[in-house]
Every structure is written in structure tokens, then in C-alpha cells.
Design a protein around this ligand. Structure first.
Ligand code: ADP
Ligand code: NI
Length: 212
């Protein structure tokens, strides 16, 4: 089933925005399996399938449709002969992994905790910086505008519509992630990646201001 899921994802995400392509999925899958090694209580099949299918139809690339991803995933899993319980567990991850839903989830099963931590690790550090500028470029957002303040109090609807600057995205999301990790393994990995972003921002402002 894992091999079939890989094939489906590679095919579906062919030509996707580079921050949400197969290589993002592959990194999240590898990070998830790494974190899961420290959690024998987690169901490894749920973790793997959740990681592989979590962005199969990301709502922000499908006119905000939040049903499509769960639909495609559950149809695929049904065709693969997955049990209803497995389907429920994987679809739960897909529905609840997103940053924008962070205030809506009341119960985080360990499998969701693991895949969410992995997805968040891939949003920070060197890869996080690269993905964020790629997304900003894809949206044709400004990189930086000293007159625009970051907004950290955005609710889900405002966050989704936000076309602020890419630099502000660091304050609105990326720098918050380190303290939102569920697992100890991810918290440790996040530390170095967080520091790298702070170093990057320092250098960015210095060069922006041509402070020689
Ligand atoms: P999730 O996929 O968890 O719902 P987001 O939709 O917030 O999270 O974003 C996933 C990634 O896409 C971010 O980590 C970032 O790299 C990029 N991204 C999302 N929104 C923006 C934005 N407004 N500006 C720049 N990058 C963004
Ligand atoms: Ni993702």
C-alpha cells in the first residue's frame, strides 16, 4: 500500500509548486518515520500513509476546498482494501495537520502529532526559508516591505487570504513553530533550524539596509 501511495503522490504532485511537491512529501515521510522510531506506541502504517497523503490536494491549491484531500485519500485507501479504521486514522491526519486549523483540534493522536511535527520541521530551517520564498514568488508577493507590520493575530480566514510579505510570514508562522512541536525529537531538531532562520533574518535586514 505504501508503494501505491508513493506512486499516487508522485503522479498527482507532478508539476506542483516546489514547496509542496513530491520532495516535500518525501522529506516529511522520512522525518515522520525518524520521529516514530522514538514512539513504539504509534501505528507506523498510519504515520507513513498520513505523511505520504497529507498534501495530496492541499486546499490552498484547490480554491480552498478542504474536502478534496480527504476524499482522494479515502477513495485510494478503499481501493487498496484498507480497513475503515485505517482510513479514519489517515483521513484524520489529513484533515487536521494544517497550521491554519491549529485552534480547532482538541485531540491529537500520537500519529497526528508525529506527522504534524515532521511537516512543521520541513517549514523551518534552510528548507523552510527556501520553500517560503518559493511560495511568495509563486504568489508574486513582495519579499519585504518595511512599512508592513507582521500580523500574528490572524484567524483562519484572514490567514488563508493573507498576501503579505514573505518576510512577515516568518513572524506570522515560521518562528512560532519551534514552540509548537509535540514530540521531544522534533523539538530538538527544531532548535538548530530556528537559529538558522534568526541568523538569516539578521543578515537579510543588514543587506536590505545596505549597512556596510
Ligand atoms: P500548512 O501547509 O501547514 O497549512 P501553510 O499553508 O501555512 O501551512 O504553508 C505551508 C508552507 O507554504 C509554509 O511553511 C510556507 O513555506 C509557505 N507559505 C504559506 N503561506 C505563505 C505566505 N503567505 N508567504 C510565504 N510562504 C507561505
Ligand atoms: Ni506539508
Amino acid at each position: 500500500m505504501i508503494d501505491q501511495a508513493i506512486a499516487l503522490v508522485q503522479q498527482t504532485l507532478d508539476g506542483a509548486e516546489a514547496g509542496h511537491d513530491w520532495f516535500h512529501i518525501e522529506r516529511v515521510w522520512k522525518l515522520s518515520m525518524h520521529i516514530a522510531q522514538q514512539h513504539p506506541e504509534a501505528n507506523a502504517e498510519v504515520v507513513a500513509l498520513g505523511a505520504l497523503l497529507h498534501d495530496i490536494a492541499d486546499a490552498k491549491f484547490h480554491n480552498g476546498d478542504e474536502q478534496l484531500g480527504p476524499q482522494i485519500a479515502s477513495q485510494f485507501l478503499q481501493e487498496q482494501g484498507a480497513t475503515p479504521e485505517l482510513i479514519d486514522q489517515v483521513v484524520y491526519i489529513i484533515r487536521n495537520i494544517s497550521f491554519k486549523n491549529r485552534n480547532e483540534v482538541s485531540h491529537y493522536p500520537i500519529e497526528l502529532q508525529i506527522v504534524q511535527d515532521a511537516d512543521r520541521l520541513d517549514a523551518i530551517g534552510a528548507i523552510g526559508i527556501a520553500r517560503t520564498f518559493n511560495f511568495g514568488g509563486y504568489k508574486n508577493n513582495p519579499m519585504h516591505d518595511p512599512k508592513q507590520e507582521p500580523r500574528t493575530d490572524m484567524n483562519k480566514e484572514v490567514y488563508k487570504k493573507s498576501n503579505g510579505t514573505t518576510i512577515n510570514h516568518f513572524y506570522e508562522k515560521l518562528l512560532l513553530l519551534k514552540d509548537m512541536m509535540h514530540t521531544e525529537t522534533a523539538r530538538k531538531l527544531a532548535e538548530e533550524r530556528h537559529q538558522l532562520m534568526l541568523t538569516f533574518l539578521d543578515a537579510f535586514y543588514k543587506e536590505w539596509n545596505v549597512a556596510l
